[in-house]
Design a protein around this ligand. Structure first.
Ligand code: NAP
Length: 489
């Protein structure tokens, strides 16, 4: 065991955090973390085992009575202090995030500041986990409800927003008195470790939050099979989400699932095609389209599609690719080689089925190293193109035409996903018809960035279940207890 390194910079070896101690993996194994811009290793992290995960779960169980007994106000003090520390260190943590994930520094800093907001929001919201007093129907009886922390939480997060997305689980869970074991994606553990540093410095007691990393299936299986874990909160692919859902049935575990998306982006003829095309390009290529709410199917009214396409192609060609640490970089590398290769296959598949490639479509050859992919625009796609049927998670913008509102709604809903959707119109009737007709958990109307800490985030259909952020974000970590009291006559 050793003390936590104080430095926030990369280059250090970092360990697992179990029961208030930084510890090596029980197997002694370490895993390199690579920079997708340089393909070079930047750090090593202990790569734990199922046994380590089990120890972390035990620690969370032992810490839970003490943590749950604190008042929400006392828990909030620690979470708000952590939020302050995260803000103070945002520049350093953002550098770490850029180096492990690839996104440009300003975006990385935005993610860290959003994480601080999430801790602060839930620190306050935890104070408002109200129960009810329910009017009685039988004389002499009284009915109350208490909100009770669900228990030990197993949380798993993806690599595209490694800090923001796990904080949406940690902050509400901790605010209401749950304890937690967190598993980030194997390739992006460092920035989350920096968040743990802040929580520890803020005074989080031992065992309340634990950090493990290791073979994903082993840790997932431990979360599923260990009866101490009462709730699994997962953000990642629909495929893994379904597997966890099947597994969770064994102990009827509570589940929150934030899964894949395939967001439609619909532009009506009354919208300004130039302004919307520029917003569409920024929204589409942010983080290389590796965003669950990334717009990924563009439906533009036939009367304005020519202008929209012309402006979008020019804007995509102008985007500045580069190392996320360099000033002025708008688009970093893709996260990993496999993701880049998959993007090439998506473009080949669409082109093979008759689509027209207007720009991009290949690895950016200006870079000797790194997974840089040219922002890509396709038109003339057939409905069976894989970029339309599968979640692409890639810097590819397929543009199609439509004519009527009903056609736009039918096309938008023609997917198993239902996470986000975007509608551009200035007409109130069209706005309401689209908002009511589209099957998605979040709809941005003239707004390419609808997510914010105080509003619910989550999906319909195969995009998941439950909502994160907002006051609803507490619900997944609370059980309702009904107390029925018979008074003396
Ligand atoms: P993924 O492959 O499902 O991985 C997500 C996390 O699950 C990682 O920590 C991964 O660990 C872990 N994992 C993989 N196999 C597992 C298993 N058998 N048991 C337990 N855990 C397992 O997804 P991804 O490729 O990282 O992320 C992209 C996906 O996440 C996309 O589908 C995207 O839409 C979705 N996403 C959804 C939201 C949302 O809020 N709805 C937000 C962001 C991303 P390893 O890293 O060790 O493999």
């Amino acid at each position: 065991m050793s003390a936590a390194p104080a430095a926030l910079s990369t280059g250090t070896y970092r360990q697992l955090y179990i029961n208030g101690q930084w510890v090596d993996s029980s197997s002694g194994k370490r895993n390199p973390v690579n920079n997708p811009a340089t393909e070079e290793p930047i750090s090593e992290v202990a790569f734990g085992t199922r046994e380590d995960c089990k120890k972390a779960i035990e620690a969370a169980k032992n810490a839970m009575p003490g943590w749950a007994k604190l008042t929400a106000w006392d828990r909030a003090k620690i979470l708000k202090k952590a939020a302050e520390l995260i803000r103070e260190r945002a520049d350093g943590i953002a550098r770490t995030l850029t180096m492990e994930q690839g996104k440009p520094l300003p975006e990385a800093k935005g993610e860290i500041l959003q994480t601080a907001d999430t801790f602060e929001w839930f620190a306050e919201e935890g104070k408002r986990a109200y129960g009810d007093i329910i009017p009685n129907s039988v004389p002499g009886k009284r009915h109350l409800t208490f909100r009770h922390p669900v228990g030990v939480v197993g949380a798993i997060g993806p690599w595209n927003f490694p800090v923001a997305l796990l904080s949406r689980k940690m902050a509400p869970a901790l605010a209401v008195g749950c304890t937690i074991v967190c598993k980030p994606a194997t390739q992006t553990p460092l920035s989350l470790i920096n968040i743990f540093d802040c929580l520890i410095e803020a005074g989080l007691p031992a065992g309340v939050a634990n950090f493990v990393i290791g073979p994903a299936k082993d840790i997932g299986d431990e979360f599923i099979e260990n009866p101490i874990v009462r709730k699994i909160s997962f953000t990642g692919s629909t495929e893994v989400g379904k597997m966890l859902m099947r597994g969770a049935a064994g102990h009827v575990k509570r589940l929150s699932l934030e899964l894949g998306g395939h967001a439609p982006f619909i532009v009506f003829p009354d919208a300004d095609p130039e302004a919307v095309a520029k917003a569409a390009v920024m929204g589409k290529f942010r983080n290389n389209g590796q965003v669950c709410i990334s717009p990924s199917r563009f439906f533009v009214h036939k009367d304005i599609s020519k202008k929209f396409i012309e402006v979008a192609v020019a804007a995509a060609k102008n985007l500045k690719l580069g190392n996320g640490l360099d000033a002025g970089t708008e688009i970093g590398p893709m996260f990993e080689k496999k993701a880049m290769e998959n993007t090439i296959k998506l473009v080949e598949d669409a082109s093979g089925k008759g689509a027209t490639l207007l720009t991009g479509g290949k690895r950016c050859d200006r870079f000797a190293k790194g997974y840089f992919f040219e922002p890509t625009i396709l038109t003339g796609l057939t409905d069976d193109a894989r970029v339309l049927t599968d979640e692409p998670f890639a810097p590819v913008m397929p543009i199609m035409e439509f004519s009527t509102i009903d056609e736009a709604i039918a096309k938008a809903n023609n997917t198993a996903y239902g996470l986000a959707a975007y509608v551009f119109t200035n007409d109130l009737t069209t706005t309401f018809k689209m908002a009511e007709g589209i099957e998605a958990g979040m709809i941005g109307v003239n707004d390419p960035v609808p997510a914010t800490v105080q509003a619910p985030f989550g999906g319909m259909k195969e995009s998941g279940m439950g909502r994160e952020l907002s006051r609803e974000g507490l619900d997944g970590y609370l059980e309702t207890k009904h107390i029925s009291i018979r008074l003396k006559d």
